[in-house]
Design a binder for this molecule. Structure first.
Ligand code: ADE
Ligand code: ZN
Length: 348
């Protein structure tokens, strides 16, 4: 079957696919107009208030530079209204792309450090989530540890997650830099989070090698891996991920924009697929990287020359890898299958 390279047909198909997003950070999902509005309200934060300057601000020299920028934007988010604005903005963006469900990473420790009361964060998440449901997008939360802030952040994130346990909280994560921030340090917090029923979804292998992914699996009981880019250099790891069906939350444009891979053609996603790894496509921090979920599907399909059926398989992977219940998975699975059958022959 030929690939669906032809631009318009590919775009239309990727748009129409019912999609699931498994790796998107709430702060990183703020649209450019939203960031500008927040920045104008709080000029002392050092985030540009001009559109052109903001685009430059979002041009990253490397991963460390990206994180500095990310934390500056985080500091703009001060109260429940800001949180509500971010959640509803993300939901509207997802709805417009036919994305039905998203697991959204929130980093409570950063907001608490910036002086936001925990109740404000929770209220903004709850009202935003209710509005998202009205827009046809179901949201779930991942509370993650900002790894650069050490074990104190691990402890505080765990306590906040288990004490508050907001509706929709499904998982526990670990973000930030990997270099010098060993996954194993956070083992006690992941163990307790998992005992309490939260799923384990740490970042690993985004900015360091496969040893970090092994550690995420062994020390943190990772059920999915955030990024996992560097697994491609370790045949035993590729085999392990495939055999145990541990999905990767692959974020191709993010990896290009933070300098982890030179371009999409050099991204190891092809190697992952060839080894039978469960690949899901995600955006990470979409406006910061100039990414959209539909765009990730289009870019990967175009670069790899995927068929419509192969592209639909990636959407199915995201459904299967999600923490939705079986009934809701079945609904999405059927929708994908129904639209795939006739469309596949269109591209033949
Ligand atoms: N926080 C926001 N985006 C991130 C990324 N790509 N990696 C680690 N932490 C993050
Ligand atoms: Zn991430």
């Amino acid at each position: 079957m030929p690939g669906i390279r032809t631009g318009q047909a590919l775009r239309a198909f990727a748009h129409a696919l019912p999609k699931v997003e498994l790796h998107v950070h709430l702060v990183g999902s703020a649209s450019l107009p939203t960031v500008l509005e927040l920045a104008r309200r709080r000029p002392a934060a050092g985030v540009p208030t001009d559109e052109r300057e903001l685009a430059e601000f979002f041009t990253f020299r490397d991963f460390a530079h990206f994180l500095t920028v990310y934390l500056a934007v985080t500091s703009l988010v001060r109260d429940r209204h800001d949180v509500h604005t971010l959640v509803t903005g993300l939901a509207a963006d997802l709805a417009a792309q036919n994305c039905r469900y998203a697991e959204v990473t929130v980093t409570p420790y950063n907001h608490l450090l910036d002086g936001m009361p925990g109740d404000d964060l929770l209220a903004g998440l709850a009202t935003g989530r209710a509005r998202a449901a009205e827009l046809g997008v179901e949201l779930a939360w991942c509370f993650d540890i900002p790894g650069e802030k050490g074990i104190r952040a691990g402890q505080e994130t765990l306590v906040f997650a288990l004490r508050e346990r907001p509706e929709g909280l499904v998982s526990f994560g670990l973000g930030g830099p990997e270099l010098g921030v060993g996954r194993a340090r956070f083992e006690p917090y992941f163990t307790r989070a998992r005992e309490a029923g939260l799923h384990s979804v740490p970042h690993a292998g985004e900015t360091t090698g496969p040893a970090t992914i092994w550690s995420a699996l062994h020390d943190l009981g990772a059920e999915r891996i955030g990024h996992g880019t560097s697994c491609a250099s370790d045949p035993a790891l590729l085999e392990h991920l495939a055999a145990h069906r541990i999905p990767l939350e692959v974020c191709p444009t993010s990896n290009v924009r933070t300098g982890q891979v030179p371009d999409l053609a050099a991204h190891p996603v092809r190697r992952m697929l060839d080894h039978g790894v469960v690949v899901t496509l995600n955006t990470d921090d979409p406006p910061m990287f100039g990414a959209t979920l539909t765009g990730e599907y289009v870019a990967v399909a175009g670069t790899l020359g995927l068929t419509a059926a192969e592209l639909a398989r990636l959407a199915e992977n995201a459904v299967e890898a999600s923490f939705l219940d079986e009934q809701r998975k079945a609904v999405l699975r059927n929708e994908i299958t129904e639209m795939t059958l006739p469309r596949t022959t269109d591209f033949a």
